[in-house]
Structure formats: C-alpha cells, structure tokens
Design a protein around this ligand. Structure first.
Ligand code: NAD
Length: 293
C-alpha cells in the first residue's frame, strides 16, 4: 500500500491565502497586525525558524519586528522587554523563540506574556482553555497544525485509537487533549520516555502522532496498514557526509500508512501558518476591544 503524502506546504499556503483576506480587512479600519519575535543568543536553528516566521509575515502582510538579545543578557532584561511589549498597543503578538540559553526559566518567561498576545499559545491560560473545551482562542501552533492536517484527510476520528508519542507541554500533551475533545472523539493514548512496549502501542493504533524528537524511532513495521501517521519530529542526521532532516518515523512507513506527513514539508510549514493565524486572531480581538471601549 502506498500512502497519500500530505503536503503541509500546500495546506499552509491555503490557510495563508485566507489570512491575507482577514489582514486586508483589518488594514481597512486599523493598522496591519504586528508580531514581535524575541530571540536570545545565537542558536543557528532558532535563527532559521525565526527567518521563516518573518518571511511568512511578509507574505501575508503582517508587520514583524525581530529583537535580538545577546546570550549574555539577564532574565530581567528579557522580562522587562516583554513587559514593554505587553503594554504597547501597537503590538498584537509576542513570541520568545525557544530554546532560551541556560539560566532562563522558559515556562516562567511564557507566563509573563499577556495571554491575549501569546501567539505561541503556551501561556497557562491558553493551554488551560483546551482542557475546558474553549477552542476559539490562541491554541498552541503545532498541536493545532496537527489537527488541521488530520482534518484535511477527511477521515472521521470519532472512536479511532490515537497514539501520541511524547507528552511535552508544547506538542504532545496539548495534541492529545485536542484529539480527545468532544466532537473529535478519538480515544487517545499518550506515551513517553518511560512507557513500555511502544511497538505494541503503535501496532494497535489507527492514528500515530510522533513527537519525541528521535530519528526513525518508530519502525516502519510497527505502522499498521491503513493508519494515519503525523510525524512532528525534526531531527538532523548525518549520512554519507551529508546532513539532512528526518522525522521520528522511518521513511518506509509510507508503504503501509494510508496518510503520512513528510519531514520536512509536513507539520513544519503548517505550524508557521497556525502562528500567522494566531497573530491575525490576536490583532482582530485587540482591535475589537479598542472599538468597544
Ligand atoms: P521534548 O523533548 O520536549 O519532548 C519529547 C517527548 O518525547 C517527551 O515527552 C519524552 O517523554 C518523549 N519521548 C522521548 N523518548 C521517548 C520514547 N522512547 N518513547 C516514547 N516517548 C518518548 O520535545 P518537543 O518540544 O515536544 O518536540 C518533539 C519533536 O518535535 C522534536 O523533534 C522537535 O524538533 C519537533 N517539533 C517540531 C515542530 C514542527 O513545527 N514540526 C514544532 C515543535 C517541535
């Protein structure tokens, strides 16, 4: 069986086109949405991610400001900057690029961002809304990208056995909560580094979302025929003197699954599109609040 490979770039472009219309509507009555991205230190991968986010802003008509802080800056410098952007009515979205250098409390920093400007969707208020089933706000970008991708397959998730490999605060756990929501109705298992029998868990699943960050850890023989595989993992590997990106699922899984996301070109571009969507949503709600007051 050959899989349908899900083109995350095309899906992301589709979403971006709908965002362009919303942005032009905001511009007619207000100003362009404005995203601020703060990057601390010199992590090369972070710089690439931030550049991709800036490019997406440009494509859609969102203003973006990038602030580079040196790795020698103090947590207080970053905290003060976030405070300033929280108060700035000209800023709709604030994103602090992960990872932060050692000595920074990443979760604590997230909690300082005004939840209405938290376009990453990592603030406890935004994460907590998922538990209460209020999904209209700022959802974390990768989990909501996974949901959009699943939706694009047209496959009914109700009653399906879904396995989420990884329980992180920003990917695995919120993805599991979204899939278990009333209305989506998957039966979700979350596994993690202490779980036993990953092979057995995979073999009894209809949907596998792999988000462990371990190259090829899901063997293709573990992938049930006809299953849906969403590969969130991004791992850099060296092969024959060349460096390339691979996911958490072995490439040969595409001979067994009915739908599969490629790495790169699957979840990644859709995640950026969801960030753009959150920024537009934040701008719309800030404008609506200013109109009401
Ligand atoms: P993380 O390191 O915070 O979490 C990894 C999780 O995997 C942990 O919960 C851990 O318990 C679990 N895990 C580790 N080994 C396991 C094993 N053998 N069996 C089962 N579970 C295991 O990572 P993260 O931030 O959640 O990211 C996960 C992966 O997704 C990384 O490769 C990251 O680069 C990628 N990612 C991709 C995107 C995207 O846009 N495509 C976005 C965010 C993260």
């Amino acid at each position: 069986m050959a899989s349908n490979v899900i083109d995350g770039k095309a899906l992301g472009a589709e979403l971006e086109n709908s965002l362009k219309i919303r942005v032009s509507n905001i511009k007619k009555v207000h100003r362009p949405p404005h995203l601020v991205v703060i990057i601390v230190g010199d992590d090369p991968a972070s710089k690439v991610y931030v550049r991709n986010k800036e490019r997406a802003c440009k494509r859609i008509g969102i203003d973006s400001t990038r602030v580079d802080l040196p790795s020698t800056c103090s947590p207080e410098d970053l905290e003060n900057l976030i405070g300033e952007f929280n108060e700035d009515p000209g800023v709709d979205g604030i994103l602090v690029q992960s990872p932060l250098p050692t000595g920074f409390d990443e979760i604590g920093i997230t909690e300082l961002i005004d939840p209405r400007k938290d376009v990453d969707g990592f603030h406890p208020i935004n994460l907590g809304r998922i538990v209460t089933g209020r999904l209209g706000g700022l959802l974390p970008c990768t989990p909501s990208a996974v949901m959009k991708i699943l939706e694009s397959t047209g496959v009914e998730m109700k009653g399906k056995r879904a396995l989420v490999v990884g329980r992180s605060r920003i990917v695995g756990m919120p993805t599991a909560l979204l899939m278990a929501q009333k209305g989506i109705d998957a039966t979700v298992t979350v596994c993690h580094s202490k779980s036993e029998d990953l092979e057995g868990l995979c073999k009894s699943s209809d949907i596998i979302v792999a988000a462990a960050g371990k190259a090829g850890m899901i063997h293709h023989q573990w992938v049930p025929i006809g299953s849906i595989i969403i590969d969130v993992g991004i791992n850099r590997v060296e092969e024959d003197g060349r460096s390339r990106l691979v996911g958490d699922v072995e490439g040969a899984a595409s001979t067994r699954a009915s739908w599969i996301t490629p790495v790169p070109g699957g979840v990644g571009p859709m995640t950026i599109a969801m960030l753009m969507s959150n920024t537009v949503t934040a701008a719309e709600s800030i404008f609506n609040r200013s109109e009401d007051s």
